[in-house]
Design a protein around this ligand. Structure first.
Ligand code: FES
Length: 165
């Protein structure tokens, strides 16, 4: 009888331990999942409609500068990189030099980006044209939603650019 009772207690304790384990697994999973605020922080919506021709903006997305330039008729079109919204072309790129990561400066008169660190240059589409940068500035994943640019979401327009690159 005493043995049976111990068995029962053992089983009961085992059961509690299993349930406790399951609860702690759920608790652990919860703490591993990104918080809703972190998920939301992965996306940034920018309304492009107020931008004027030639206007340049820098926004911060996932801690990085992202350049947005509304191209003018004088700026060369680049089918492989231009983000087309309505009938306007935009250059959208992560504003970090592909040489060693400095932040290039937009020079509106010369219609180019200049990197002060080692003299690298990029055209208005973000393509490297001079100096040590080995490749164009990176285009972040984006989606077009009406006149809005949603950074961080992979839309069909982004997929098309990546496929052409
Ligand atoms: S970091 Fe830009 S040219 Fe070197």
């Amino acid at each position: 009888m005493a043995v049976e009772r111990r068995d029962f207690l053992g089983m009961a304790f085992g059961g509690f331990a299993a349930i406790g384990g399951a609860f702690s697994l759920v608790a652990m999973k919860k703490s591993w999942d990104p918080l809703p605020s972190v998920k939301a922080a992965g996306f940034l919506t920018v309304d492009l409609s107020p931008m004027k021709d030639g206007e340049f903006r820098t926004v911060t997305w996932r801690g990085k500068p992202v350049f947005i330039l509304k191209k003018t008729a004088q700026m060369k079109k680049n089918e492989k990189r231009d983000v087309v919204v309505g009938n306007a072309d935009y250059s959208v790129m992560i504003g970090l030099c592909t040489h060693l990561g400095c932040i290039p400066t937009w020079k509106p008169k010369k219609m180019m980006f200049h990197c002060a660190c080692h003299g690298g240059e990029f055209d208005a589409s973000g393509v490297n044209t001079f100096g040590p940068p080995p490749r164009p500035m990176d285009i972040p994943p984006f989606k077009i939603d009406g006149t809005k640019l949603v950074l961080g979401e992979v839309g069909p327009e982004y997929k098309k650019l990546v496929a052409q690159a």
